[in-house]
Design a protein around this ligand. Structure first.
Ligand code: PEP
Ligand code: NA
Ligand code: MN
Length: 623
């Protein structure tokens, strides 16, 4: 049976050298996948990754030789890559199947992008044939989750980017042991090309040592074939296919089918002064400080936070009805700007070695620099911006680092990594936290009345984002479950899946919370944030333990007076204002949510979510 997704005639097989590894030793299905794509993409050579240190050295040597990375001599084994300025962020993905909620004609859907099977075929067919000419095709066997864990899944990524291989080595468990575990099993097929074949004898074209093809970028998911195809971009979210594409988009589809959850959530351990420990999972849209919270240093004496993951949680109820989570990743791919010893000291300590930085500024003493790093630069040290401007100065108004510049660093280097972070059965989750950047009206913390109300809180999640260029200023945007760019299937069905757990009385459903660190008063933020957020975690911890410290309000269960521990806080906090529920604001919020659900989810909105909105409306009205 021909299973090629490429319809057009492929030129007769070209010869390729096996540079590294042995094609004959691959499991049969993997070998077939590699040969099939080698035929289409026509690389000059193939490198089968084993994940060894020798391989790592070879890769960094080649990347450096080709000018793609530079060593950062101030640190140990740290590197700087700069991209083509047209390839710096994720693109919206294309889905070829039933992903889009049924909404009215003429409304632009924001929850998924659908492409007809014919258009998808044409789109792939016009890109991949011959795309790796003159390049090496790397074969990366990787495991999302600890190798061999019952919660883990295996993928094989084929790519023509050595930067991707180096990054996948940090972000996933990759190499020969994954193939040994896979044997003849199935895997997620990931195909990636930067889309810039080398056609002449010397590298041509771009002045950047960063091959890409921005005008033809395509990130596509073919869930019915367990395939991901990504073309034209080398940027993390588009090219490290284990992350957003597999662990979230394909993952959410598998999760629904198999009865679990693949979510855009951090996982953290919290230990109270009595030594009792609980784990929480938390979803926040971009730019809310998810990585900071995952690695926070609590200001409340006696509390201890440990990090399991900062971006993705795979969660499943075990046979005792306990929800358990693993972090499918092995590294952090974090936004650099804004990271400092004040905002995230543990991230700063993590990135001192074995880290690949992308699009940050470089200092003349071999270090890195970005906006909000909060470090004094000695007079004799100058900075080169991510765009290569030497002797960069703040006064130019242009940033030294791209706002979406990143660090890619091994998770096990984090000084507060949880001792159970690689536990094959996952850590027990006792609370789920949603949060957004809400300057107005939304209290510091509240708890849902029950599971269905909790699902509603996730569905209604919004956050202030510094909008794309076409908008002016900051706008509050919908980002349900912080998953808007990552839903692998119809969001209405996703809500049905979350709601379905309510019907199984064997499950211990975790409590659900909503937090907002970002409410503003006349003179700025009302809440100090960062380590002081431990005061909110303390309240959540006590609620999970059944303490009577909450009372009903229109929006949910809020802390009783004085139940948030403010002892030792330096500046006085206006708690009344932090928890005020302005009636006009909430009436507008209900109206706006109603419009959003009608327009974007339409007839696929579960009745239970509609009921929750109705109940909120009634509570606001009678408040
Ligand atoms: C990414 O774009 O690769 C990424 C990790 O995105 P985010 O930080 O927004 O989750
Ligand atoms: Na991004
Ligand atoms: Mn993320």
């Amino acid at each position: 049976a021909s299973s090629s997704k490429f319809a057009s005639k492929i030129e007769p097989k070209r010869r390729y050298d096996i540079l590294y590894g042995n094609l004959n030793r691959l499991p049969k299905k993997v070998r077939f996948f590699v040969e099939e794509n080698a035929k289409v993409c026509q690389p000059d050579a193939i490198h089968i990754c084993d994940g060894s240190d020798k391989e790592k050295e070879l890769l960094y040597y080649m990347l450096q030789r080709d000018g793609a990375i530079k060593p950062l001599r101030k640190y140990e084994n740290c590197w700087l890559a700069t991209t083509d300025p047209a390839d710096v962020a994720r693109v919206e993905s294309q889905e070829k199947h039933d992903t889009v909620p049924r909404i009215k004609d003429g409304v632009k859907g924001t929850l998924a992008n659908w492409m007809s099977p014919e258009d998808m075929e044409t789109a792939l067919d016009s890109r991949f044939p011959g795309c790796m000419r003159g390049r090496t095709m790397y074969v990366i066997p990787f495991s999302m989750g600890p190798v061999g864990s019952p919660l883990s899944k295996i993928g094989i990524e084929i790519t023509d980017s050595a930067y991707v291989v180096a990054s996948m080595k940090i972000m996933t468990r990759m190499g020969q042991n994954v193939l040994d575990t896979l044997k003849d099993g199935d895997f997620i097929k990931c195909l990636h090309s930067v889309g810039q074949p080398v056609t002449g004898t010397a590298p041509t074209g771009s002045k950047y040592a960063w091959p890409c093809n921005p005008k033809d970028v395509l990130v596509a998911h073919l869930p019915e074939r367990n395939e991901i195809c990504s073309y034209g971009s080398g940027y993390g979210g588009n090219s490290l296919l284990g992350k957003k594409c597999f662990a979230l988009r394909i993952g959410s589809i598998l999760a629904r089918r198999e009865g679990w959850l693949a979510e855009h959530m951090l996982i953290m351990g919290v230990e109270n002064p009595q030594g009792e420990k609980k784990y929480f999972a938390a979803a926040f849209p971009s730019a809310c400080g998810k990585t900071n919270l995952a690695m926070m240093e609590p200001s409340l004496p006696g509390y201890k936070v440990t990090c399991v993951g900062d971006d993705i949680a795979w969660m499943r109820f075990d046979k005792n009805g306990q929800l358990r989570a693993i972090n499918p990743e092995a590294g952090f791919f974090g936004v650099a700007p804004g990271t400092s010893m004040k905002t995230n000291p543990n991230a700063m300590r993590t990135i001192q070695k074995n880290t690949v930085f992308t699009n940050v500024g470089a200092t003349s003493d071999g270090g890195v620099y970005w906006e909000g790093m909060d470090e004094e630069m000695p007079d004799n040290v100058s900075t080169t911006s991510w765009l290569g401007v030497e002797d960069w100065r703040k006064e130019t108004g242009k940033p030294a680092a791209h706002p979406n510049s990143r660090f890619c660093t091994p998770a096990d280097q984090c000084p507060i990594i949880d001792d159970q972070w690689e536990s094959p059965e996952g850590v027990p989750i006792e609370g789920i936290i949603f949060g957004g950047r809400r300057p107005e009206g939304v209290p510091l913390v509240y708890e849902s009345f029950d599971w269905n109300h909790g699902v509603f809180l996730g569905a209604a999640l919004k956050s202030e984002a510094t909008a794309a260029a076409e908008h002016k200023g900051k706008v509050v945007m919908h980002d349900p479950f912080a998953m808007r760019p990552f839903f692998g299937y119809n969001f209405g069905h996703y809500l049905d899946h979350w709601l379905s757990f309510q019907d199984n009385d064997k499950l211990k459903l975790p409590k659900v919370f909503h937090v907002n660190w970002f409410r503003k008063g006349p003179s700025g933020f009302l809440w100090p944030g960062f380590g002081e957020n431990s005061r909110v975690l303390d309240w959540i911890f006590r609620r999970v333990n059944g303490e009577d410290c909450a009372m009903k309000s229109a929006v949910g269960l809020v802390p009783t007076p004085d139940s948030i521990d403010l002892s030792g806080l330096k500046d006085k906090v206006d708690m009344e204002e932090l928890f005020r529920l302005p009636k006009d604001f909430w009436k507008m919020e209900v109206e706006e949510l109603n419009k959003y659900f009608e327009e974007q989810v339409g007839e696929d909105l579960p009745a239970k979510i509609r009921q929750e909105l109705k109940k909120l409306e009634q509570r606001v009205e009678s408040d």
